[in-house]
Design a protein around this ligand. Sequence first.
Ligand code: NAD
Length: 488
Amino acid sequence: MGKEHRDCENGNFKGEITDSHRFCKLHSSFGFMLLEPLNYMRRYYESGATQSFSFRKEQLKKLKQAIVKYEKELYAALYSDLKKSPEECWVTELGMVTAEINAALKSLHRWMKPQKAGTNLLNFPSSSYVMNEPMGVALIIGPWNYPFQLLINPLVGAIAAGNCVVLKASEFAPATDSVMKKMIEEIFPKEYILYMQGEGALIVPQLMNYFRFDFVFYTGSTAVGKIVYKMAAEHLVPVTLELGGKSPCVVEVDANIKVAARRIAMTKFSNAGQMCVAPDYVLVQQSVKEKFIESLRGALLSFFSNKPEEDYNYCRIINEKQFDRLTGYLNSGKIVHGGRTDRGKLFIEPTILENVSLDTQVMKDEVFGPILPVITFETMDEAKQIIQQNPNPLAFYVYTSSRKRGIEWLNAIPSGGACINNSSWHLTNHHLPFGGRGFSGMGNYHGKYSFDTFSHKKAVMKTPTWFDPNLKYPPFKGMLKWYKKIIR
Ligand code: NAD
């Protein structure tokens, strides 16, 4: 950043305001209220305070301890927002983040080390390496469905990589939002990690238009992802976009149908289907459809009883808007299980639909709720055509006992991630990169991938002075034969 820009951010700039100073318009309605702390943050970052190994490690430990301290409050908040049980909270929210922190604490020293790189003959006797430089001041925007995990997991990567961070949680999980704010403000100074609350459509554009972040990490819908991407593009800010989409689930004739049904039921109806990698719809081979639906029914009854509205394990829909959207899908096919709803309790029974026409809205939108369309197919080509209506899903699942068939499917369907004989669990393995492609997003994170996402890979070449061949300096005439020997 140039001196003028810095002066501008410091409020000292006296020259003409040009396009390059547009982020610094202190007279906007946004004004000092939000820009001041961001400018502090910028200066704090530039002081280098966040960069040492010991600092990063200390902050990760603080975060881990805070999760222990706030465990009960977080459970209560997540129950209030989504009726999640403590067990579900641990597996999908607090425990997952704790495991990420532990992985970072274990490996941070190694991750931070510059990676040696080879050096070509042209640059002999230089040495080369890749240095991990923090991105700088990052903005992390989270959704409401796993409000804790999806905001704090990226934060772990950002801290590990030495960044300052502005956190913006979803306003639609207000109880969790408020506990996270209390927790973050208790452990981190505002110039290091700043927690912002409010309506995303108002706050995020204000933040991104008036302050130039060095990186934006966004998790949420594809529609809002496009808005965030456009705002970032305006200032050439790099982004990671973790978006949604329709993740298909294929059940082949040779699959272990009982196990497939249990696994699909588990991840489709966990968090009442409000999971980005939940199987969105099932494509089952015609001849095993009845057996599959029967097994699915059995699994649902054993997981959530015949009174899921009272069941300890079954969550609720986040709000009336989502409830109304979801209940609108219920007449898209024949209900073969479930279908009961209660708007007052934001309850939708785990529901299976069959005979769903491909041109209905439920087959166009991401369902993101406890409604599972089951569609039959005869050939792989037929199933592929259905999947291609919504290309590049966040995840793709295939159930088959044939190793060859599984690989054929993986090669046929481009997707962010995939599982064979499983659904969704790949996201809980921090050794794997998690992210989408195309409409389901760009970039990835988890474990070391989070560290890499929040680091700039700086290419460094170090050259001794004892050897300085004339070959590299003009006059070049007559050197071609030598260049052809060296560069090939
Ligand atoms: P959303 O896009 O409505 O909101 C996400 C965040 O963006 C929130 O913090 C919100 O305040 C903010 N926001 C809303 N409008 C905005 C605007 N106009 N400009 C800037 N920011 C704005 O998403 P959601 O409803 O909270 O989450 C559901 C979606 O997220 C689903 O599509 C789901 O698949 C996806 N999702 C993806 C992942 C993933 O890891 N890929 C994880 C969870 C959810």
